[in-house]
Design a protein around this ligand. Sequence first.
Ligand code: NAG
Ligand code: NAG
Ligand code: NAG
Ligand code: NAG
Ligand code: NAG
Length: 579
Amino acid sequence: MTTKPDTAAALMLLLMLQWPQPLAAHTSGGNGLSGTWEVLLNNSGVVAMHMALTHLNTVIFFDQTSSGRTGYLLHRNSSCSGRRGGGGGGSSEPKNEGNGTKSSSQVKSCWAHSMEYDVATNTLRPLTLRTDTWCSSSSFLRDGTLQQTGGYSSGIRKIRYFRPCSDGRCDWTESPAVLAEGRWYSTSQILPDGGTEGGADRVFILGGLNVFTYEFVPKSHPNETAYELPFLHQTSQRRDKGNNLYPFIHLSSDGNLFIFANRDSILFDYRHNTVLRTFPRLPGSGARNYPSTGSTVLLPLDHTNFFQRVEVMICGGAAVGAYHAALRGRYYQALSSCGRMVITDEKPEWIMEEMPGPRLMSDMLVLPTGNVLIINGATHGCAGWQKAINPVLTPYLYHPNGKPGERFSVLRASIIPRMYHSTALLLSDGRVLVGGSNPYYRYNFSGYPYKTELRMEAFTPYYMRKFFDDKRPMNVVVVGGEEGIRYGEEFVVLFEMERRASTELEFVASAAPFVTHSLSMHQRVLRMECRGIQRLGEVLMSAVVKAPPSPVVAPAGYYLLTVVNGGIPSKSEWVRFLV
Ligand SMILES: *[C@@H]1O[C@H](CO)[C@@H](O)[C@H](O)[C@H]1NC(C)=O
Ligand SMILES: *[C@@H]1O[C@H](CO)[C@@H](O)[C@H](O)[C@H]1NC(C)=O
Ligand SMILES: *[C@@H]1O[C@H](CO)[C@@H](O)[C@H](O)[C@H]1NC(C)=O
Ligand SMILES: *[C@@H]1O[C@H](CO)[C@@H](O)[C@H](O)[C@H]1NC(C)=O
Ligand SMILES: *[C@@H]1O[C@H](CO)[C@@H](O)[C@H](O)[C@H]1NC(C)=O
């Protein structure tokens, strides 16, 4: 039924569109535009099941404290648990779907379950988690602190904080406050309204296994509890473990939340607990949320329409009944379709497209170029322990503005399967950090065919190659970026360029997401307005850029600023947007 795009031709077309000068001489040894892979660490110590990049360019990652023995021994004494681990456990799932009241499961592990990875030095520092973070959620607050919520058993109602530091002394802390409900497989979304009145940051936390509510952190008054959201009941397929867990959330330009679960979506006014709009069902069968685990992005918001046009994209997922079939050792082919919808249209509609192949459990990243990288995952089964087979080793690159049918290209393959519990995120140096994969309850290095994976890789997109350096904006400085730029203010970006800038010079801000289970919570990319460019010297350029107008467009906090010259991005610098 579907025609697979000729990816080589698509790539050449892309090439000709973006770079009029011939590149053929530089594409020897395979396709020079397909990117490169490098193993950064052979032992990351901990499976990167959850991952986030801080504004100090360290990556915080963690797994589940209940997994016992990991690849990093903290200390050896008689009080630790988890020594029997050794990769045991196999496929037996724990019976307890606890709610945080089981004190016996307070974890004192001899093994690290969280790490801080320093990108510049390629080194690790172990961190200490007190309670179980398994399948939890997080958001960055405006001061760059990661607020981490929920998890499993002893951790299911916990609120934790990690405030990045440069002296290597910071660690996880736990709040005495707890969540109103147990949140295992829930989604976290930073809200814009904390910022507007100079009040505290406010975070919206949605769903969880057998939990059909949302709540706020912090609470607006001490007695505030969770609020029912019938949509979560309506989209739940109990027989298939929900198919609506880790619901997708995107903050729309009117301040309301787009919430997608299973195949359905709504526009939700969280201030008045009101569903404002029900969108059409995503066409096709199968589901898109855990354990059917597709992925989603918000396509770049653009100043040319005052950041008002909001377009969502969702790709991959699992076939109807995939969970049940996987329990019996049968692995159904994943979905290969993607849907795009402009949620701010008067009559929104899903426009469907086909990826080059079936795919689930992939990560979707909006690159500074505005193209979407689809990476990690498998072709058959669903999410969960040992419930998927056939890794997809090749990333796809999606070109949102390309000719329909020619938007996907297939990039260079990794050698490492990234199955359940793997992650990917963009670093400030332009590389994509890829880690994790553990389809077992415990670490299992003899697992077949997919062992627990402690290797950390970097995927470097083609445009970061030296070959493009003469087009690349270099040594970017955001004047006043560290102290913070106020909404709507103009600020100066200095950079160097050897050659004349192309007519397409873009100034892009990317929020740092929290990544787990193929979901990049709060991933958000904005193309800001450039009010003027001046050449100050032989190579030095100065641009006046206008900050986003409000926290609704860009919730307060740290963003990566990238200067993109005709499709070639600079390395990124952090900028803070303030009320
Ligand atoms: C990882 O191990 C391989 C095989 O032993 C070795 O060739 C490679 O240099 C190692 N890489 C790192 C980053 O340690
Ligand atoms: C074991 O290590 C923990 C954590 O460092 C410590 O609190 C505890 O006192 C140690 N116990 C013994 C018996 O050394
Ligand atoms: C690892 O997983 C395999 C299944 O692939 C299982 O047979 C084996 O028992 C597990 N290993 C350990 C040490 O539990
Ligand atoms: C936790 O579960 C137990 C047993 O099901 C129940 O009695 C208790 O009320 C629950 N606690 C909370 C805080 O949900
Ligand atoms: C919170 O609950 C207490 C005790 O039930 C009650 O006295 C108080 O008025 C409540 N406060 C709010 C803000 O609802």
